[in-house]
Design a protein. Structure first.
Length: 366
């Protein structure tokens, strides 16, 4: 069997195409060469490790130091409630009025008993005076005078008791009208008109905003580092961006046996526009650490990585990735990548490339 003539032609054609492809794949070395280093006049700064506060942070909430449960000492049906949840009230405002029928009845009974006791004392004193005169003349015995004296003393005691009962009944009258003891806000209404008010059962709950506290808790391992009177910093989520100074007001020296945490209360500024119940965090200073910091303006982003340009002894800028930590105003903590003592570019304007030659601007840090 003879081989087809055209197979040799195809072979030569394929070989020619491969040669042309190889020729097209040749790259121009100059096109992909790294850019030539440049000389740039830039400011530099030496990286330093500075002492910063070591913080211990705990979550907590804003609370009111004055939270009052309004209740009545008198029993009776509620006739009127003068406030609802969210109402702003002032000291002396009428909050609750209770049906005074039972109280007024008790007052009338007490006044009647008092009048009876007064009459009994008048009769006892008259009898005692009459028998005392007769006893001097020998008309009555000493025993009769003694009995009259006892009756007079009992009448006096009965009058004192009747007066106390009357005063107690009169005191109950003021508990049928409940007034607000403070300026504040009604945060809970637990009874309705027509409900029976009973002694000790809350009707309304009011809170004052004049003195707000921040309540949190600390672990037993840190409670020794938290001292009354020490300053602390507070962040409230609803007031983002505001650095709130606080002062430790009290540390409750009794921990929760389950969580092993101790309650701490911090005083907040009087003019703080916050509400009880707002969530936040308290930051306690428990020591200090030496932390490497760089200016925020020195941080550069190259290829999705954040770092700084370090100027070596040969004045060549070399990009170094860093692991950032906390932000301290104009500077940022560097947790990895720098040790302190390096010279870095003080400001990244986006022009610098790895390998550029740095010409230090006169007056910048070395």
């Amino acid at each position: 069997m003879t081989r087809p003539i055209y197979s040799a032609k195809v072979t030569w054609v394929l070989a020619g195409v491969c040669l042309l492809g190889l020729a097209g794949c040749k790259e121009d070395p100059a096109a992909n060469a790294a850019p030539a280093p440049r000389s740039l006049e830039l400011s530099v700064e030496q990286v330093l490790a500075r002492p910063v506060d070591r913080l211990y942070s705990t979550p907590g909430s804003v609370t009111s130091e004055e939270r009052i449960e309004v209740s009545s000492r008198a029993s009776g049906y509620i006739q009127r409630i003068g406030a609802n949840e969210g109402d702003v009230i002032s000291a002396g405002d009428i909050l609750v009025e209770i049906d005074p029928t039972d109280v007024e009845g008790a007052i009338r009974r007490a006044e009647a008993a008092l009048s009876s006791a007064q009459t009994s004392l008048q009769n006892a004193e008259a009898d005692h005076a009459r028998l005392a005169g007769l006893q001097k003349s020998g008309a009555v015995s000493t025993e009769a005078l003694r009995q009259a004296t006892v009756a007079r003393d009992l009448a006096r005691a009965g009058l004192a008791e009747a007066q106390a009962v009357r005063d107690t009944a009169l005191a109950g009258r003021k508990y049928t009208t409940l007034l607000s003891p403070i300026d504040g806000i009604v945060v809970a209404r637990r009874k309705q008109v027509g409900d029976l008010a009973s002694p000790g059962i809350p009707i309304l709950t009011i809170e004052s905003r004049k003195r707000l506290l921040f309540r949190t808790s600390v672990s037993e391992s840190q409670v020794a580092n938290v001292h009354v009177g020490a300053a602390a910093r507070i962040e409230i989520d609803a007031l983002a961006g505001i650095d709130i100074p606080g002062q430790i007001l009290r540390v409750i020296p009794s921990g929760d046996p389950v969580t092993r945490r101790y309650d701490v209360e911090l005083a907040l500024p009087a003019d703080l526009d916050a509400f009880p119940g707002m969530f936040g965090r308290a930051h306690f200073v428990i020591g200090s650490d030496m932390v490497v910091q760089v200016p925020n303006l020195a941080l550069a982003n190259r290829g999705g990585l954040t770092g700084v340009f370090v100027a070596g002894d040969d004045s060549v800028a070399r990009f170094r990735w860093v692991h950032r930590g906390r932000v301290f105003g104009p500077s940022t903590e560097v947790r990895a990548g720098l040790e302190g003592g390096e010279t870095i570019l003080a400001h990244d304007d986006g022009r610098v490339r790895d390998g550029d030659l740095i010409v230090v601007v006169e007056g910048s840090g070395q």
